[in-house]
Design a binder for this molecule. Structure first.
Ligand code: C2E
Ligand code: CA
Ligand code: CA
Ligand code: CA
Length: 278
């Protein structure tokens, strides 16, 4: 490098270096956590407006050290996605989710669980095979597994992405469009992609029912979904007035801290058993 160029960057170098180093450290720690099976899952229940437990979202958890300090998925999922670690992470989460579904089935409870599935994974045929193998090994009907995907999947629809998605669909898996409304909503895709479900993003739920814009957005999402025969889940429901508005306008399922906070799979299963034996 030229002397002058080097000088120009000197001011920024330490900070950029720090950020890069931090990221490398996070990636290393995550790699080890995956290898040592230190990731776990939490489940957040989803309810019908009448209060019936109808499903749950599986959320990855990473607790570090003897005190179990949580690292936010918002911080490590992007690192996993850009480093290739998302593949083993997803298989791990899926394996744990299927184990939970199997335990539910043994108790006679047939409720689907939703697992978050990063967009890039649909390019990976090996991973798709892995998903189908895990399902077969677990002896879980594919109908009990929902994959939550985001609209970014539809920006550049390579044919291999569509093929792989098609293979999972043929196997019986269902797809839910997560964070709906925040991305590249091309309504034509909604029909083409054979989705089963839309999830209204928390940002639209937040100011209900006071905010005029959000009220209009949520009502039109619900009306589109009804016409396309898609189930709608509202995420981030925190207040009774939000829940009441959503229920009054035909939202199928509610998910949020008002109803249930994500909890470790073990205690979720125990709670589930109690709720079904009452
Ligand atoms: P998401 O898919 O939108 O998941 C919902 C997030 O909102 C979760 O945060 C959940 O704990 C939180 N949440 C649920 N109800 C409420 C509420 O009423 N109020 C508020 N303020 N928050 C609520 P979490 O667990 O931190 O996950 C963050 C994001 O990380 C997820 O957003 C998802 O995009 C990603 N993620 C989590 N687990 C996985 C995974 O296993 N695989 C992949 N690829 N991504 C994951
Ligand atoms: Ca999700
Ligand atoms: Ca979401
Ligand atoms: Ca969201």
């Amino acid at each position: 490098a030229k002397q002058a160029g080097k000088g120009t960057f000197a001011f920024f170098e330490p900070r950029i270096g720090e950020v890069v180093q931090q990221r490398v450290r996070l990636e290393e720690a995550l790699r080890n956590a995956i290898l040592r099976d230190e990731l776990s899952i939490a489940i957040q229940s989803q309810y019908s407006p009448s209060g019936r437990l109808s499903g749950g979202e599986v959320l990855v958890r990473w607790l570090v050290g003897p005190d179990g300090v949580p690292v936010s998925p918002g911080a490590f999922i992007p690192v996993a996605e850009s480093s290739g670690l998302i593949k083993p992470l997803t298989l791990l989460v899926l394996d744990k989710a299927l184990a939970v579904i199997r335990q539910m089935m043994q108790r006679g409870i047939h409720i689907p669980l939703s697992v978050n599935f990063s967009t890039d994974l649909f390019r990976d045929e090996e991973l798709i095979n892995g998903v189908l193998e895990l399902l077969a090994e677990a002896g879980v009907p594919a109908e009990l597994l929902v994959l939550e995907i985001t609209e970014s999947l539809f920006i550049d629809t390579h044919s291999d992405v569509l093929d792989n998605m098609g293979r999972l669909m043929e196997a019986g898996l269902k797809f839910s469009l997560d964070d709906f409304g925040t991305g590249y909503s091309n309504l034509a895709y909604l029909k083409k992609m054979h989705l089963s479900e839309l999830k209204i993003d928390k940002s639209f739920v937040d100011n209900l029912p006071g905010d005029d814009d959000n009220r209009a957005i949520v009502r039109s999402i619900l009306s589109i979904a009804r016409q396309l025969k898609l189930r709608v889940v509202a995420e981030g429901v925190e207040t009774h007035s939000q829940a009441d508005f959503l229920a009054a306008h035909g939202c199928d399922l509610l998910q949020g801290f008002l109803l249930h906070k994500p909890e470790p799979a073990d205690s979720w299963l125990i709670e589930l058993e109690n709720c079904f034996s009452e």
